[in-house]
Design a protein around this ligand. Structure first.
Ligand code: SF4
Ligand code: SF4
Length: 101
């Protein structure tokens, strides 16, 4: 399986969302205890951006000009599965973290 490219979420955007707590999130890789991770089927994705809007950790970026349009910041993704539940195209599947090499 091809790993998705990571793109850092803007520090300014995180600060607007979390205030002073954003510094804590920056310092600790909260995705380290993730059990499952989202796996995006790019051929099904219509680039609507709903997954990015719904992600409680704000770690999804949708780049409409790229073939691999959905980027996830793995250091901070919790594996909660909300993005997979909300995707209208069912383009996101949750897969076991250990299955990724
Ligand atoms: S699994 Fe949860 S934290 Fe990870 S990208 Fe999806 S909604 Fe965000
Ligand atoms: S919600 Fe689904 S279809 Fe929309 S951008 Fe995210 S992965 Fe693509």
């Amino acid at each position: 399986m091809q790993r998705q490219q990571e793109k850092p979420t803007s520090k300014l955007r995180r600060f607007r969302l979390y205030g002073p707590c954003s510094h804590v999130f920056d310092a600790s890789h909260t995705g380290s205890w993730r059990v499952e991770r989202p796996d995006v089927a790019f051929d099904k994705c219509v680039k609507c951006g709903i997954c990015a809007t719904c992600c409680p950790a704000n770690v999804i970026t949708v780049d409409k000009g790229s073939a691999e349009c959905v980027r996830i910041m793995w250091d901070y993704c919790k594996g909660c599965g909300i993005c997979a539940n909300e995707c209208p195209q069912k383009a996101i599947a949750m897969i076991p973290e250990r299955s990724v090499k």
